[in-house]
Design a protein around this ligand. Structure first.
Ligand SMILES: [Zn+2]
Length: 486
C-alpha cells in the first residue's frame, strides 16, 4: 500500500486510485523563457520517481507536465531579443528537453502548451461567469471572485480574512476584492492576443493548468504536484477555478516538493550567477544531480553546498566502485556461477523489501540509500578487489547487481558504464583533495618497482604514504590498482 503525504489534509494517507489500477497525475511544468534554474529540476527528477514507482506497483500512469508558453517574462524576453514570443518558447522548450534527455528521465505522457488550449480557457471562464464565480470589468478583464468560492484557502490553510488583512490594496481598483485574481486580460499593443467574448486578450497564468489538466485527464485527478512555492496562490486558485466550473472535486492527493538550498556563496559563485541545471550538469554530471536531489526526502530542503556535492560524489563513487567489482566478478569467464550463500540471500531480500516499504511510505529515498550502502558494505566484506572469484562470489555479485539495478530503475540512476564513470568520480575526489592522477600513478609505479626488487621496506613506506593521501592500493593478479578512499 502506497502512502502519500497530502498537503491539503496535512497527513499521510493511503493511496486509492479513482479508477482501478490507473493514476492520473499532473505536475506544473516550467515557464519557458530561459534555461531553468537548478531548483526547477527538483520536481522533474522527483516526480519521475513517483511515476516509476506507481508503474512498478502495477498502475498505468498518465503523467501530464505542461509548458507555460505565454507569460510576461516570455513577452519581455521576446522584446529584448526582437523575436516572436513563439520563438522564445520554442527555443527554451527545446533547451529544457535537451536537459531532460541528458538526465535520462522517462518522457511524460503529455507535454501540453498553454497556447494550444486557449479555446478551453475561454470555455472554462465562460462557465465560471455563468456559475457566478467570475465577473467582467469595464476594461475587459475577467476576475475570479474568491468570495464566491467558500472553500478558498483549503489547500494552503489560509482563510480569507487573514489573507485580506495582509493583502496590499491595489491602485487599479477594478477588483471587488484585492485577492480576486485575473482569468483574462486585454493584451497591450505588440503582445500576443486571442479573440474572446471579452475582447482580444490573453489568459491569466492559473487558468492554464486547470484547463490543461481537465482536457487531458478529466475533472478529477489522483495526484497534482509541484514545488511548495506553488501552493499559494497558484494551486489554491487552480482548485477554485476547476471546482468552481465543474462542481466536482479537483484533486485527491496534493504533493509538493521543497526547495534546493545553496548553503554557501562559494557554490553559487562556482556555477556563475544564475545557477542553471545546465551549468550544474556540465560542471558535474547528471548522475550527481539526480543523486543529490534524491538523497534528501522530497519534503525537506535539498542542500547544494560545496560540501554536500563532495559527499554526493563520494557516495556515488562508493556505489560505482561496488558495481565495478560486481561486474568484474561476473566477467570471470573461467568460473561457473554457483549458489548465493543463504545469509547473503536473506540480506538481499531484506534490502529489497525495506526499499519497497520505504518508497511506499511517502517516497522515503534517504532510507533507500541507507539500505543501498548497507548492502554495499555486506558485499564488500565478502569480496575485495584482487580476491579470487569463486562460484559463490560470482553468484553473490549477480544478486547484488540485480538489487542495485532494481533501485537504479526506480530512480533513473546508475545508468553509466561503471568503470569509466568511476574514473571520472575519482578524478573529482582527487581534485577536491588537491591531488593529481599522474602523481599517484607515479608513486604506485615506484612501489611496483620496489616490490619487484624485493625492497619491501620501500614498498611499505610508499603504501603508507599513499594511504595518508587517502589512496587505497589493491595488488591483484592483473597488477596493482588504486582507488580513492570513500
Ligand atoms: Zn500549474
Amino acid at each position: 500500500m502506497i502512502k502519500i503525504y497530502n498537503t491539503q489534509t496535512k497527513q499521510k494517507e493511503e493511496f486509492h486510485s479513482i479508477e482501478d489500477r490507473k493514476v492520473k497525475m499532473y505536475v506544473c511544468g516550467p515557464t519557458v523563457y530561459d534555461l531553468l534554474h537548478v531548483g526547477n529540476f527538483r520536481g522533474a527528477i522527483f516526480f519521475n520517481l513517483v511515476r516509476n514507482w506507481f508503474e512498478y506497483r502495477g498502475y498505468e500512469v498518465t503523467y501530464v507536465y505542461n509548458y507555460t508558453d505565454i507569460d510576461d517574462k516570455i513577452i519581455k524576453r521576446a522584446n529584448e531579443e526582437s523575436i516572436k514570443t513563439e520563438d522564445v518558447a520554442e527555443k527554451y522548450i527545446a533547451e529544457f528537453e535537451k536537459d531532460f534527455q541528458n538526465l535520462g528521465l522517462k518522457p511524460h505522457s503529455h507535454n501540453p502548451r498553454a497556447t494550444h488550449h486557449i479555446d478551453g480557457m475561454v470555455e472554462m471562464i465562460e462557465k465560471l461567469i455563468e456559475n457566478e464565480k467570475a465577473y467582467v470589468t469595464e476594461g475587459g478583464e475577467v476576475f475570479y471572485s474568491v468570495e464566491s468560492f467558500s472553500e478558498y484557502g483549503k489547500l494552503s490553510h489560509k482563510n480569507l480574512d487573514e489573507l485580506q488583512s495582509g493583502a496590499r490594496v491595489e491602485v487599479t481598483a477594478n477588483k471587488k476584492n484585492p485577492l480576486d485574481f485575473v482569468l483574462w486580460k486585454p493584451s497591450k499593443p505588440n503582445e500576443p492576443k486571442w479573440p474572446s467574448p471579452w475582447g482580444e486578450g490573453r489568459p491569466g497564468w492559473h487558468i492554464e493548468c486547470s484547463v490543461m489538466s481537465s482536457k487531458i485527464l478529466g475533472d478529477t485527478i489522483d495526484i497534482h504536484g509541484g514545488g511548495i512555492d506553488l501552493i499559494f496562490p497558484h494551486h489554491e486558485n487552480e482548485i477554485a477555478q476547476s471546482e468552481g466550473s465543474s462542481g466536482k472535486s479537483f484533486v485527491k492527493y496534493w504533493m509538493h516538493n521543497n526547495f534546493i538550498n545553496f548553503g554557501d556563496e562559494k557554490m553559487s559563485k562556482s556555477l556563475g550567477n544564475t545557477v542553471t541545471g545546465r551549468a550544474f550538469i556540465e560542471k558535474y554530471h547528471p548522475e550527481i544531480f539526480k543523486f543529490m536531489i534524491l538523497m534528501a526526502h522530497y519534503r525537506s530542503q535539498s542542500d547544494f553546498s560545496v560540501n554536500q556535492v563532495n559527499n554526493a560524489v563520494a557516495g556515488l563513487a562508493r556505489i560505482y566502485s561496488s558495481l565495478v567489482l560486481a561486474s568484474e566478478a561476473l566477467a570471470a569467464s573461467d568460473v561457473q556461477r554457483g549458489e548465493i550463500p543463504k545469509k547473503f540471500v536473506t540480506l538481499l531480500q531484506g534490502a529489497k523489501k525495506a526499499t519497497e516499504q520505504a518508497l511506499d511510505d511517502d517516497f522515503n529515498t534517504p532510507e533507500v540509500f541507507a539500505r543501498v550502502f548497507e548492502t554495499i558494505r555486506a558485499f564488500n566484506s565478502r569480496f575485495r578487489p584482487g580476491q579470487k572469484v569463486t562460484p559463490e562470489i560470482k553468484a553473490m555479485a549477480g544478486g547484488f547487481r540485480d538489487f542495485m539495478k532494481f533501485v537504479g530503475e526506480q530512480m533513473s540512476l546508475m545508468r553509466e558504464e561503471p568503470k569509466s564513470f568511476l574514473v571520472s568520480l575519482d578524478s573529482m575526489l582527487l581534485d577536491h583533495k588537491g591531488l593529481k592522477r599522474e602523481d599517484i600513478d607515479q608513486l604506485v609505479e615506484q612501489r611496483v618497482q620496489a616490490r619487484l626488487e624485493k625492497n619491501f621496506e620501500e614498498s611499505d613506506r610508499l603504501r603508507d604514504e599513499l594511504t595518508a593521501m587517502g589512496i587505497e592500493i589493491h595488488d591483484t593478479p592483473e597488477g596493482t590498482v588504486w582507488e580513492v578512499q570513500k
